[in-house]
Design a protein around this ligand. Structure first.
Ligand SMILES: Cc1ncc(C[n+]2csc(CCOP(=O)(O)OP(=O)(O)O)c2C)c(N)n1
Ligand SMILES: CC(=O)[C@@H](O)[C@H](O)COP(=O)(O)O
Ligand SMILES: [Mg+2]
Length: 639
């Protein structure tokens, strides 16, 4: 079903079309854009509240800027649906995040209006500054460079590294701080308090409004915005910002806060700011979910990415299960951590801005002094955990596999080199699904297994996750546990916990001719494949290895002693991953076998449902079965 855009929106195929409308029509365009987003996301899914909150900003930016010549960078990009719709992707928008369709994030290869590929947060200021410095170097004086960054993303260290540089850069850079007081969960930290203070300060806002009024009056007499600003700037600084404005102190001219939902005012301000050279920041106050009551008034975290819903009633569809359902791995983590923490007062929980996504919110609610959301700050989360560990505490640091890429140095330098007891729980390991390549947890096996002291493990089901978490509390060093997005396989998952000897795998099924060695949840696909193959008289053995590091050497001696045909299966990159570790072991121990490795190839795998991506890479149940069939059919030519 293709959703029809409103009357004006249907005429906008590019920002040039938008510019043909009068300023008076912008409110209607915003309204139509907002409804088009609501109509589409309710039926096809995706991120929601963030895009609704920047509708006016999006329209104003494309109305004033000369995109794509002027460079517009969206931070994270989950709020860029309006941008996509106004820049030629309106008629493809129903394919958003669907296999083969457009990406849910800006992507350079998708459109010339997508100046920078995003998905991970806090990169926009650095990228836009790079573009601005390049323009300066090339003598492109009038080119605008704009980074739109949320208050949540502003908590990421990179944003501050970039502002520190921007403040001495003398470039044509505008940072737009889209402040809605929300990350996915409510935003946290001292910066949030600071932004609230500045937004609600009565004195500050009174003077600020007078300044804008003055600006309007001066403009009428032909005085340039730049002259006005420099005249009043000193006065504002001494009268209002005596205690110093954080951004001003970094040499960024600060404007705002302004109402981010007044499209006409935004157009005026952006046009004025375009004429003011140098690095500057515009603080816009917006409401996440603006214009859709259930999202605006309801639970904003739920409406960040609600899934499909009835746009009229606001009811979010939930499939009514006909059979008892297995829980999500994240919930097994969340509940198990509380269970462990009740027994062991050294256990602490840490998440960088994903309390709901990781289910650490369960512990944050029950034990608020022992569980921390540290903001979008993966590097800090790891070193903060290391600090806790030096004092004899046992931090469980839960970070999505792909976000952990940010904190790799901290894992090595601050944790592994000092052999500190930090438990890394890597959620969303393997394919993330509709979020696509920026979010796939493809590399963690490879990047963790080469780190000295690190234990690398993955549970095949809920019981194993619980046992591995328990085991980790007893190991005096870094211990990582990876598990995927979504559900496990055990409806009755609250099993008593027991320690697993570190490096011990298990036999799932005895068999002949071919041995399947799997790591983690993906092993359940091998179970399904074996059931199918049994119907054809094929009977491969199946081993759940559980650990990549250390490998279960006893089990491997058994496997390579008995089998000359071996298949490894992992939902991680093939290069340097689990299969590679098995091959290395085989060579080192003088075995010969025909080994087929299934996993993520050396390629960018786009977005889609997890099963579609597994199929594409040949390790869905059918792909595994095919690999067994193929190997069973060939003669082993070695010793
Ligand atoms: C490095 C990194 N960590 C975590 C995330 C997950 N994440 C995506 S959006 C988001 C919240 C961003 O908040 P904000 O920038 O204020 O945008 P809003 O959704 O409020 O518009 C988070 C934590 C991410 N994309 N990148
Ligand atoms: C934009 C972003 O990075 C998050 O919103 C991400 O999409 C969350 O993923 P999960 O839905 O797997 O928590
Ligand atoms: Mg926000």
């Amino acid at each position: 079903m293709v959703i029809k855009p409103g009357k004006l929106l249907s005429k906008i195929d590019s920002p040039d079309d938008l510019k043909k409308f009068s300023k008076d029509q912008l409110v209607q365009i915003c309204d139509e854009l907002r409804h088009f987003i609501i109509d589409n996301v309710s039926v096809y899914g995706g991120h929601f509240g963030a895009s609704l909150g920047v509708v006016e900003l999006t329209v104003a930016l494309h109305y004033v800027l000369n995109t794509p010549d002027d460079q517009l960078v969206w931070d994270v990009g989950h709020q860029a649906y309006g941008h996509k719709i106004l820049t030629g992707r309106r008629d493809d928008f129903h394919t958003n995040r669907i296999y083969g369709g457009i990406s849910g994030f800006p992507k350079r290869k998708e459109s010339e209006f997508d100046t920078f590929g995003v998905g991970h947060s806090s990169t926009s200021i650095s990228a836009a500054l790079g573009m601005a410095v390049a323009s300066k170097y090339k003598g492109e004086q009038r080119k605008q460079h704009v980074a739109v960054i949320g208050d949540g993303s502003m908590t990421g260290g990179m944003a501050f590294e970039a502002m520190n540089h921007a403040g001495v850069s003398d470039t044509n850079l505008l940072i737009i701080l889209n402040d809605n007081c929300m990350s996915i969960d409510p935003n946290v930290g001292a910066l949030k308090d600071y932004l609230t203070d500045i937004t609600t300060s009565h004195t500050y806002n009174k003077v600020k409004d007078e300044v804008w009024n003055l600006l309007g009056k001066f403009s009428k007499f032909g005085t340039s915005a730049q002259e006005v600003i420099s005249k009043v700037e000193g006065a504002i600084k001494s009268a209002v910002l005596k205690q110093s404005n954080l951004f001003e102190s970094l040499n960024l001219r600060y404007f705002g806060p302004v109402d981010g939902h007044d499209v006409n005012h935004l157009v005026e301000i952006l046009a004025d700011l375009r004429d003011i050279p140098g690095p500057k920041i515009l603080h816009c106050v917006t409401v996440k979910g603006k214009g859709y009551e259930p999202a605006e008034k309801g639970n904003k975290t739920t409406w960040h990415a609600p899934g499909l819903f009835d746009k009229v009633t606001g009811e979010i569809y939930k499939k009514a299960p006909t059979t008892p359902q297995a829980p999500k791995y994240q919930d097994v983590f969340g509940h198990t951590l509380v269970e462990l923490a009740k027994e062991n007062d050294k256990i602490m929980g840490i998440t960088p801005a994903m309390p709901s996504g990781s289910s650490l919110n369960i512990m944050m609610k029950e034990m608020p002094d022992r569980a921390f959301d540290v903001g979008i700050a993966e590097q800090h989360a790891v070193t903060f955990s290391a600090g806790l560990a030096t004092q004899g505490l046992i931090p469980f640091c839960n970070i999505y596999s792909s976000f952990m890429q940010r904190a790799y140095d901290q894992v090595i330098h601050d944790v592994a080199l000092q052999n500190l007891q930090v438990v890394f729980c890597l959620d969303r390991a393997g394919f993330a699904g509709a979020d696509g390549p920026t979010h796939h947890g493809a590399y963690d096996i490879a990047y963790f297994r080469c780190v000295p002291n690190m234990i690398v493990s993955a549970p095949m089901n809920e019981e194993e996750l619980r046992n591995l978490m328990y085991t980790a509390t007893q190991y005096q060093g870094p211990f990582s546990i990876r598990y995927p997005r979504g559900q496990g396989v055990m409806p009755d998952w609250r099993t008593p916990m027991r320690a697993i000897p570190i490096g011990q795998g298990r036999i799932v099924k005895e068999g002949e001719e071919v041995a399947l060695l799997t790591l983690g949840h993906i092993g359940n696909y091998a179970v399904t494949a074996c059931e199918e193959l049994a119907k054809e008289g094929l009977n491969p053995a199946h081993y759940d290895m559980r650990f990549v590091k250390p490998l279960d050497e006893g089990l491997l001696h058994e496997v390579f002693g008995k089998f000359k045909k071996v298949i490894t299966v992992e939902d991680g990159c093939l290069m340097g991953g689990f299969g590679s570790s098995v091959l290395e072991w085989m060579i080192d121990h003088g075995y010969q076998a025909q080994v087929k490795r299934l996993g993520i190839p050396d390629a960018i795998i786009e977005h889609g449902e997890q099963i579609e991506l597994h199929r594409e890479c040949g390790f869905d149940p059918e792909g595994i079965a095919n690999a067994v069939r193929a190997l069973a059919a060939v003669e082993f030519s070695g010793k």
